[in-house]
Design a protein around this ligand. Structure first.
Ligand code: NAD
Ligand code: UFG
Length: 333
């Protein structure tokens, strides 16, 4: 089976390409490298010993998508913009790439009669928790433009399925992806200052930055810092393989991909310190605007529908992240 992977050079996409190649899928990767580099593709080939077909294109270019999609049986759609803060400053860009880009992709899929789609959504569609853990039935309400683009796309896909029930769509709602491939060849390489906790910690540990700023220690949590459901990126990648293998009948289903466990910011800093063998310095600073105190998944549906569950623990996430950071102190450059 041949699969089109949009955004396949990115963080989650590259790890998913490795796992798809490992189980024998043929791949076409479609990316414009706006947040990645061609070096990633070489490294995927090095890890797997297999080659991938690559098309450099923009997800808003239907002609380019058509060329890439020709002969494919399914699509995994990662391409998009993902920085919450940037989405507040540039909402139109986020609607353009995320919403309009997905519209273009789905239109071409419709034209070429490709009906299998796995879409990258996010736990951010749940907004402020009404109850925890988040099940897929939790109300959807968003608090920033990035999250809103994910919600609009989800609704568009549900509407599409109602109009044509030959579609096989899985919407995967990721919790907090971290870690790297155990080879240390691929991992997360954020441009500029990292927005997310784990890449920031890794850069402090390697000496690139001085201290982690812990955003608030007065949340109603066990140690006052924010709690999240961290998931190893390789487990997340394996979830996509399961989704592709399972999506054999018409549906449009949203599924959480998380571990079901919550860890605080201080838990993560301590686990990382253990993994890298030195104390990661931090200081408490005021809360970050818009942050939620605590959220984590109920991963039951993924277990039932995909026979999938996260296996790698927080120590493995930190060890693999550190290994990538040490082997690539300047990222992919
Ligand atoms: P990433 O930025 O590493 O990967 C996205 C890839 O898409 C990049 O290689 C980028 O170059 C490409 N891309 C961006 N705009 C494009 C365009 N217009 N045309 C073609 N390619 C384009 O991000 P990631 O962390 O791998 O995230 C992948 C997907 O998962 C995104 O849709 C993101 O919103 C979603 N997601 C990520 C997280 C997270 O914390 N990383 C959490 C939930 C959901
Ligand atoms: N945090 C710090 N210091 C930092 C960065 C983060 O204390 O320098 C804290 C945050 O306040 C939060 C926790 O660490 O309590 C995790 O923050 P991240 O920025 O790593 O992750 P978020 O949960 O805020 O958001 C991420 C992605 C979203 C996605 C969401 C759920 O950025 O796009 O996970 O998947 F929607």
């Amino acid at each position: 089976m041949k699969v089109l992977v949009t955004g396949g050079a990115g963080y989650i996409g590259s790890h998913t390409c490795v796992e798809l190649l490992n189980v024998g899928y043929d791949l076409v990767v479609f990316d414009n490298f706006s947040n990645s580099t061609p070096e990633v593709l070489k490294r995927i080939e090095k890890i797997t010993g297999k080659s991938i077909l690559f098309i450099n294109g923009d997800i808003r270019d239907e002609d380019a998508i058509e060329k890439a999609l020709f002969g494919c049986d399914a699509v995994i759609h990662f391409a998009g913009l993902k920085a919450v803060g940037e989405s507040v400053e540039k909402p139109l860009e986020y609607y353009d790439v995320n919403v309009y880009g997905t519209l273009c992709l789905v239109r071409v899929m419709q034209k070429l009669h490709v009906r299998k789609l796995v879409f990258s959504s996010s736990a951010t569609v749940y907004g402020d928790p009404e109850f925890l853990p988040f099940t897929e039935e939790h109300p959807l309400r968003t608090t920033n433009p990035y999250a809103q683009t994910k919600l609009v796309i989800e609704e568009m896909l549900r509407n599409l399925y109602v109009s044509d029930q030959t579609w096989r769509i899985m919407i995967l709602r990721y919790f907090n992806p971290v870690g790297a491939h155990e080879s240390g060849l691929i991992g997360e390489d954020p441009k500029g200052t990292p927005n997310n906790l784990m890449p920031y910690i890794a850069q402090v540990a390697v000496g690139k930055r001085e201290k982690v700023s812990v955003f608030g220690d007065n949340y109603p949590t066990k140690d006052g810092t924010g709690i999240r459901d961290y998931i190893h990126v390789v487990d997340l990648a394996l979830g996509h393989v399961k989704a592709l293998q399972t999506i054999n009948k018409p549906q449009c289903t949203a599924i959480n991909l998380g571990s079901g466990k919550g860890y605080s910011v201080l838990d993560v800093i301590h686990a990382f310190s253990k993994a890298c063998g030195k104390n990661v310095s931090y200081m408490i600073v005021p809360r970050r605007a818009g942050d939620i105190a605590e959220f984590y998944s109920d991963p039951t549906l993924a277990k039932e529908m995909l026979s999938w569950e996260a296996k790698r623990n927080l120590d493995a996430m930190c060890t693999d992240m550190w290994n990538f950071q040490v082997k690539n102190p300047k990222g992919y450059v």
